[in-house]
Write a protein that binds this ligand. Structure first.
Ligand code: GLA
Length: 354
């Protein structure tokens, strides 16, 4: 069989319904795929160069040689990270030209980086006929981001971009990697609005939050915060570690409750859990911003919306809300309009998509 010279692959962005900042604490997450996707076209070359072109990055072009992957502090690092991990796993690649187009907003909390890495890994899998399942692709993308790009993220994003779909939430135990699909009740639809404030998890506050959780687990003598059996144990922690750990414990519990509410079609309860999750991210975990809080408040006040929260790592990004079926678009448009008037920022309705 001849290997194709050109391969097209893609992967979706993701929205997390509940379970934020729980993945690197060995906890539980509940993401879904969004309609926005990242697409890549890979064309094989006869040398060992990789040349990457991104339409989303002002048509920027960057190249490197296989085996000579070095961080450039640019989007090409995600591609380099993926090829470096394939090499680490013993797969011999040849050079290729890669062009990227993406509808997933960068820094919007919807996993633009994992969508890119999963799409690239899928293209490489097909082009070089490598036998790798979707979970293995997620793990490879995770290693690329943590080990090569240097962002200390968890498994949520690559697992969601590699394995989730648009109708089901993917309930994941990030320690055992047990996965279960849970259908979104038919009486609701998601609304996703971008606040217009971009974040970067490779630097700054995300790293601080992660370190705070590691420290809290050390002080409590547990392997990870997921292992704290009794919330009263948190009283022994100094602030702000107590508040950070309280978020992780309560958020893990909300994921379980959310799954149960979805299974029995209790969308009112699911909406309340969204609101409680946002309050916990704002007050205990301190990853929200005033504009994101305003966006959540405007959404929560809308008559068609049952609950809303910040989704993703925070410090900007997007919110996800739960609207009554058939009312999501109108509600989303109302919220964006009010947000623009209130903050002067160009909020954007991402779901329902055009
Ligand atoms: C970012 C990270 C994920 C996860 C979320 C917060 O999206 O990439 O691993 O920690 O933040 O839930």
């Amino acid at each position: 069989m001849t290997v194709p010279r050109e391969v097209v692959a893609d992967a979706p962005g993701r929205v997390n319904l509940l379970g934020e900042h729980t993945d690197y604490n060995d906890g539980f997450v509940l993401p879904m795929a969004i309609p926005q996707r990242t697409r890549v076209t890979l064309v094989l070359r006869d040398d060992r160069w990789v040349s990457v072109h991104s339409a989303q990055m002002n048509d920027e072009e960057r190249s490197y040689q296989l085996g000579g992957e070095r961080r450039q502090g640019a989007f090409v690092d995600y591609v380099q990270g993926v090829t470096a991990m394939f090499a680490e796993d013993g797969h011999a690649l040849a050079g290729f030209d890669l062009s990227i187009t993406s509808e997933v907003p960068i820094g919007g909390g919807l996993s633009s980086s994992a969508a890119l890495m999963v799409a690239v890994a899928r293209a490489i899998r097909a082009a070089f006929e490598i036998d790798l399942d979707d979970l293995a692709i997620a793990k490879l993308a995770h290693r690329a981001e943590t080990g090569f790009v240097g962002a200390p993220v968890g498994l949520l994003d690559p697992i969601a971009c590699s394995l989730a779909d648009e109708r089901h939430a993917l309930f994941v135990d990030t320690r055992s990697l047990a996965l279960e699909k849970v259908a979104l009740p038919e009486s609701v639809e998601l609304v996703i609005v971008d606040s217009g404030i971009a974040h970067d998890h490779a630097t700054g506050d995300y790293r601080v939050r992660r370190a705070e959780c590691t420290r809290a687990a050390e002080l409590l003598s547990v392997r990870a915060l997921r292992d704290v059996a009794d919330p009263a144990a948190l009283d022994a922690l100094p602030d702000p570690l107590r508040a950070r750990a309280r978020h992780v414990l309560s958020e893990n519990a909300r994921v379980h409750e959310g799954v149960a509410a979805m299974r029995r079609g209790d969308v009112a309860r699911l909406g309340q859990l969204f609101l409680a999750s946002h309050a916990s991210m704002r007050d205990d975990f301190a990853v929200s911003t005033p504009d994101v809080d305003a966006l959540v408040e405007l959404a929560a006040a809308d008559p068609a919306i049952l609950g809303a929260r910040l989704t993703g790592g925070g410090f900007g990004g997007a919110i996800v809300a739960l609207a009554r079926v058939g009312e999501a678009r109108a509600a989303g448009e109302r919220v964006v309009e009010q947000y623009r008037r209130k903050t002067g920022r160009p909020g954007r309705l991402l779901v329902p998509s055009e």
